[in-house]
Design a protein around this ligand. Structure first.
Ligand SMILES: Cc1ncc(COP(=O)(O)O)c(C=O)c1O
Length: 501
């Protein structure tokens, strides 16, 4: 692969922002002349809220707009163009049937303030989705309100707090394993509680001694992902539940990894009190880039009185309604009722697969991950990228790039960037934090065997290239993408999201 090529006029043109394109007076659309009396601006918006001058908007033709957005869309890597094994994110295929269902005018154009009497179909869909999710979780009471996994976590911590307060207890600590997703401790802090870290044992599960030592009367809850972010299902889950409940605390299930166990084990049966689902992961939704997501929660009997309002209920006469009258509720978590398009897609997924299909999906997710792991071992990758914990995995696995860094001078980041040149989105890197140079791979059930084989070959090829031709090629990758290495820390901390005019 050669280095950077000189910039072509076409590349320069594509690099321009929409504000740098067009010309004064150019228009993409011309409105017909007004044939009704013009509205009085004063009546529409009070003067103090109006701009003195119109905003400076781009002035471009329709073809310029279309080319602008199409070209931006092509500059990104997406699931519809290639393998996207981003660990923990479950980037599985989004069936087009669900997109069609969500786009039906009756769904897509429904107004959130529609009178419930005239939105019975939508409310029924939401109610049926609640019932299905309750069954999948093994916890009967469901709220669809939270808009992301992390939002579900916040709901869960607030519910836990409300539960303890209702018993006259003020518990301030939340236990999170050191494998936890960053949103878990962040949520706890946001809710005003204190994070207490739990150690991981040599098998990748919770260190039971550490748990026993820390589970005291100040602990409100333990937040746990099972299987966890190492791709390990904790075999001690019953013991963990007993210790946590014995201390009077609740058990919260971060359901981001539910894709591994649907139909096999239910968080409620494992002893969890509160669960969030990531509909945008396990239940096929387009995600990434910030939304829209959906993170419903399911809870046990003792937590149910505190659920957010309104709840979607079916009254005895069969009419669906929004129930606001719940005196112990933690209140509303957002405006309106949740991301409805996500509900339609998730419900379509559940209906089209059925109980057996969901189970198959999980089984194949685990099979695909183990198949890929075996192919990587077969390709001789394990010497430089060993599995961090255990021998087998659930739906994802974490490799350690420590030996690769020491022996081949390749960091995990270099490997990830080089993968882009070979046509693959990199796996998650540097997470979980307790694994040196972590590479977290989640292939998902919707990938073919050929794709998994190609990916294993690509990793082996990058290692071979570094060993035989030196690490510099990967260290300077990628070569084929619209932008090369970015300062990712600066991009996250000081994002420049608009062009100075
Ligand atoms: C294990 C785990 N927990 C929680 C979350 C948070 O979910 P969301 O991104 O929907 O807020 C994620 C998502 O990346 C995750 O992987």
């Amino acid at each position: 692969m050669s280095g950077a090529q000189p910039e072509t006029p076409l590349q320069r043109q594509r690099a321009r922002t929409i504000f740098q394109k067009g010309a004064p007076g150019r228009r993409a659309f011309t409105c017909p002349a007004l044939d009704v009396p013009a509205a009085d601006p004063e009546e529409l918006l009070p003067a103090q809220l109006r701009r003195r001058e119109p905003p400076r908007l781009p002035e471009v033709s329709e073809p310029e707009i279309v080319r602008h957005y199409v070209s931006i869309s092509k500059r990104n890597f997406d699931l519809d163009s290639g393998f996207y094994p981003l660990g923990s994110c479950t980037m599985k295929h989004n069936p087009r049937l669900h997109e069609r269902a969500a786009a039906l005018p009756g769904h897509a154009r429904l107004h959130p303030l529609q009178d419930p009497a005239r939105a019975q179909g939508a409310l029924e869909l939401m109610w049926r989705l609640q019932e299905a999710l309750g069954e999948i979780a093994g916890l009967p009471h469901v709220s669809l309100q939270p808009s992301a996994g992390s939002h579900g976590e916040l709901a869960g911590v607030l519910l836990t707090r409300a539960y303890h307060e209702s018993r006259g207890e003020s518990r301030t600590k939340v236990l999170t394993p050191d494998t936890a997703h960053g949103t878990n401790p962040a949520t706890v802090t946001m809710a005003g509680l204190q994070v207490v870290k739990l150690a991981t044992d040599e098998h990748g599960g919770i260190d039971l001694d550490d748990l026993r030592a820390k589970a005291d009367g100040e602990v409100a809850c333990l937040m746990l992902t099972n299987p966890n972010t190492l791709g390990v299902f904790d075999p001690n889950i019953e013991e963990i539940a007993a210790v946590v409940h014995g201390a009077g605390a609740t058990l919260y299930y971060d359901g981001a990894n539910l894709n591994a166990v649907m139909g096999f084990s239910r968080p409620g049966d494992m002893g969890f009190d509160i669960v969030h689902f990531n509909l945008h992961k396990s239940f096929t939704q387009p995600h990434g880039g910030g939304g829209p997501g959906s993170g419903p929660i399911a809870v046990s009997e003792r937590i149910a009185p505190f659920l957010p309002v309104p709840l979607v209920v079916r009254r005895e006469d069969g009419v669906f309604a929004l129930e606001h009258d719940r005196p112990a509720s933690i209140g509303r978590l957002r405006g309106f009722h949740g991301n409805y398009g996500c509900f339609v897609r998730a419900y379509a997924y559940i209906c089209s697969l059925g109980a057996d299909g969901l189970k198959d999906a999980s089984e194949n997710a685990v099979l695909n991950a183990n198949y890929l792991l075996a192919r990587l071992r077969e390709a001789g990758v394990a010497e430089h990228l060993p599995l961090a914990y255990g021998e087998l995995c659930m739906h994802e696995f974490v490799l350690s790039g420590g030996p690769m860094k020491r022996e081949l001078k390749l960091k995990t980041l270099d490997l990830a960037k080089r993968l882009l040149d070979l046509g693959f989105h990199p796996p998650t890197v540097y997470f979980p934090l307790l694994v040196e140079e972590a590479l977290m791979v989640e292939p998902t059930e919707t990938e073919t065997r050929e794709t998994l084989d190609d990916f294993a070959r690509a990793i082996a090829e990058i290692l071979r290239e570094a060993a035989q031709e030196g690490p510099e090629i990967a260290q300077n990758a990628p070569y084929s993408t619209p932008v090369r290495r970015l300062d990712e820390v600066a991009a996250a901390k000081r994002p420049v999201i608009r062009q100075a005019l």
